[in-house]
Design a protein around this ligand. Structure first.
Ligand code: URP
Ligand code: ZN
Ligand code: ZN
Length: 452
């Protein structure tokens, strides 16, 4: 039994008043206080009647935003002969298991690969089957869109030309390899009326494919990632092998330096919908598995820690998007697509108390020397970012405060999600009802038939 003073301390920690900040949701911003109790937002407003002894956090001149939702990470992923150094990953398998996961385990999205030939790559008929099943069980299909056959051929060609360094990784999978697969995935998903989510959209060409499909009415969402919005693939041509190898991921960061700005423009204007990181970190000594052959460099980059700052800097500070769109693309849209909005992704009475107190004016320089990740470099090294998290609250507990992490391993929780997210399935279900083709009613043909 905790002592009376410890009980009092625990109680105070689960009761927090955030005072004087500007609450930013995806639809509007308003100066207001937020009172948190037992992991939930209990009240939002001014002059709230609050019990004595609560922890008060002053948020004057700060923004109070919903906790970020990173849509795409790989923790502890066993991959390309080694294991990602930051922890935790969940994998998926076949048709019946998909149904069990969706109906009983709260999983409502499944990622399919069109790349990694002879490892994960699916053929078109397999994608058709997987997308059909996603549609059947009310899930959203996610796809890693790259043409795995072309990559395999391209890799052989580069090696035969004596190109063994990290630049070979991009050269064997140019933009159209990503764009073609993106278009193919959208076509297959449309054929079975399945909503589609394209993970890590990395090139202008693939982004245009997603954007055009949305304008043609397809139910498709594109996910640019922090790496693709914050840096580019010119690094893979760096003379220092280790520097170049740090930037190897698939689909590759593109050497066209105007790509990040272009992806950000599309994200700001809703051609692309939501941001992840695809955080999949391998230290330099792991990357070195491919020192003589780029096909053996474990693919993946960091991002999970810096996503919010990179997107604020390149998106909001640059003037491409406002603070509300920032919340939409870092949090609310993810919560809607994956069906846990407004439990997450919103600051309002009754929502989970996942809150960030954000200083839009403060700056910080990203560096591996100061980051909290296990990986021994940072692809955003030296980037000066406006927009700094001051306090982060997860389910009502302060987990980060002014540079200090206050977490314990195992504190995270899986959030079970229901299938048939309204945000996507309202349209899908209606189309199913009204969009079925019907036969032309005609008199039977009664003329001559050729004898065979
Ligand atoms: O290079 C990448 N993207 N590594 C992580 C695995 C994946 O394809 O998402
Ligand atoms: Zn992928
Ligand atoms: Zn990934």
């Amino acid at each position: 039994m905790p002592s009376a003073s410890k009980r009092e301390r625990m109680l105070n920690q689960s009761r927090i008043l955030i005072k004087g900040g500007k609450i930013v949701n995806e639809d509007c911003s308003i100066i207001s206080d937020v009172y948190i109790e037992d992991g939930r937002i209990k009240e939002v407003g001014l002059n709230l009647q609050i019990p004595a002894g609560v922890t008060v956090i002053d948020a004057t001149d700060k923004l109070v935003i919903p906790g970020g939702i990173d849509t795409h990470t790989h923790m502890e992923l066993a991959f390309m002969g080694t294991k990602a150094v930051d922890d935790f990953h969940i994998g998926t398998k076949v048709k019946k298991e998909m149904e069990t996961l969706a109906k009983e385990k709260g999983v409502n999205s499944f990622k399919m690969f069109m790349a990694y030939k002879d490892v994960f790559m699916l053929q078109d008929h397999e994608l058709y089957a997987a997308f059909s099943q996603c549609k059947e069980i009310g899930a959203i299909a996610q796809v890693h869109a790259e043409n795995g056959d072309l990559i395999a051929e391209g890799a052989k060609k580069m090696l035969s030309l004596g190109i063994t360094g990290p630049e070979g990784h991009e050269l064997c999978r140019p933009e159209e390899v990503e764009a073609e697969a993106t278009q193919r995935a959208i076509t297959i998903a449309h054929a079975v009326n399945c909503p589609l989510y394209v993970v890590h959209v990395m090139s202008k060409s693939a982004a245009k494919v997603v954007s055009n499909a949305r304008r043609n009415g397809r139910v498709v969402f594109g996910e640019p990632i922090a790496a693709g919005l914050g840096t580019d693939g010119t690094h893979c041509w760096h003379k220092d092998w280790a520097h170049a190898a740090k930037f190897v991921m698939g689909p590759p960061l593109r050497p066209d330096p105007s790509t990040p700005g272009y992806l950000m423009d599309l994200l700001a204007n809703d051609d692309l919908s939501v941001t992840g990181t695809d955080n999949c970190t391998f230290s330099v000594c792991q990357k070195a598995l491919g020192k003589d052959d780029f096909t053996k460099i474990p693919n993946g980059v960091n991002g999970v820690e810096d996503r919010m700052s990179v997107i604020w800097e390149k998106g909001v500070h640059s003037g491409k998007m406002d603070e509300n769109r920032f919340v939409a693309v870092t949090s609310s849209n993810a919560a809607k697509i994956f069906n846990f909005y407004p439990q997450k992704g919103k600051i309002a009475k009754g929502c989970d108390a996942d809150v960030v107190i954000w200083d839009p004016e403060a700056t910080r320089k990203i560096s591996a020397a100061t980051h909290h990740q296990a990986v021994d470099y940072n692809i955003f090294e030296g980037m000066e970012c406006h927009g700094v998290p001051v306090v982060t609250i997860s389910r009502g507990k302060v987990v980060y405060e002014r540079g200090q992490l206050k977490t314990q391993p195992g504190q995270g929780r899986f959030v079970p999600r229901q299938p048939y997210a309204e945000f996507i399935y309202k349209r899908v279900n209606q189309r199913e009802q009204v969009g079925q083709p019907s036969p032309v009613i005609r008199k039977p043909y009664d003329g001559e038939i050729i004898a065979i």
